[in-house]
Design a protein around this ligand. Structure first.
Ligand SMILES: [Cu+2]
Length: 232
């Protein structure tokens, strides 16, 4: 995971804390075992001794482990809470999204994502968003449960038929971020990928404008063909 948004940053840090804690625990347990075995070993040939440790030692070890576990729990709660904080639009972001996040609809269907922008334009597969801008993605589904999963930008979220989930994300780095399918949504679910292209606000405005006029032109062409009787 290469985090490119504040939320993803928190999750990445938490992942590392968990990993380091696991390493510390494994090393400590094995070191204690190794020490006990060496310190109390019997002579070769002699019957092994039975050893009992004091109550005090058991409590001490238990207390240390409890504190360790409590610390991890608290860190987990703090970091996931921080990761859930909705970001806001920064200086370099889209001017019209400064007060309210930029709302885009993401509709999952077997096996493709469709994105609907505020000006009526839409795109399939690739979502284009402006940099440093809070984007509120509304997840919808026309058939089964799909999961929108671009984990460098946002925590994954489900698109459930009949319901709407909203996630807000923002990133300070322009670029293309790939997303995979992570819920079995039918036989071709593995091919149901997506990509998020993060561009400057000007490029975003240009994209939605061009996309909208091209869609309109195409629709007019089809209507023209039908009126001329070229399409039954
Ligand atoms: Cu799917």
């Amino acid at each position: 995971m290469t985090p490119h948004s504040p939320g993803a940053d928190q999750i990445d840090t938490l992942l590392w804390i968990g990993f380091v804690a696991a390493v510390i625990l494994v090393v400590a347990v094995n070191a204690a075992l190794f020490y006990a075995v060496r310190r109390f070993r019997s002579e070769r040939g002699a019957a092994p001794r039975q050893l009992l440790s004091g109550r005090k030692l058991q409590f001490r070890v238990g207390a240390v482990l409890t504190i360790f576990a409590a610390l991890l729990f608290i860190l987990g709660v703090v970091f996931t809470d921080k990761a859930r904080e909705a970001p806001s639009t920064g200086e370099a972001g889209l001017a019209s999204a400064k007060t309210e996040p930029l709302g885009i609809k993401a509709t999952g269907q077997q096996w493709l994502w469709r994105y609907d922008y505020p000006n009526g334009a839409f795109s399939y597969y690739k979502l284009v968003v402006p940099v440093d801008t809070a984007v509120e993605l509304e997840l919808l589904s026309t058939d089964v449960v799909h999961t929108w999963n671009v984990n460098d930008l946002a925590p994954k979220a489900d698109a459930v038929p009949g319901k709407s989930h909203k996630i807000v994300f923002s990133t300070e780095d322009e670029g293309v971020y790939e997303g995979d399918s992570s819920t079995l949504s039918g036989q071709a679910y593995a091919a149901m990928r997506t990509a998020v292209e993060v561009v400057s606000p000007e490029e975003y405005e240009n994209f939605v404008k061009t996309q909208q006029s091209e869609i309109e032109a195409a629709q007019e062409r089809v209507v023209g063909l039908i009126e001329n009787g070229e399409v039954p």
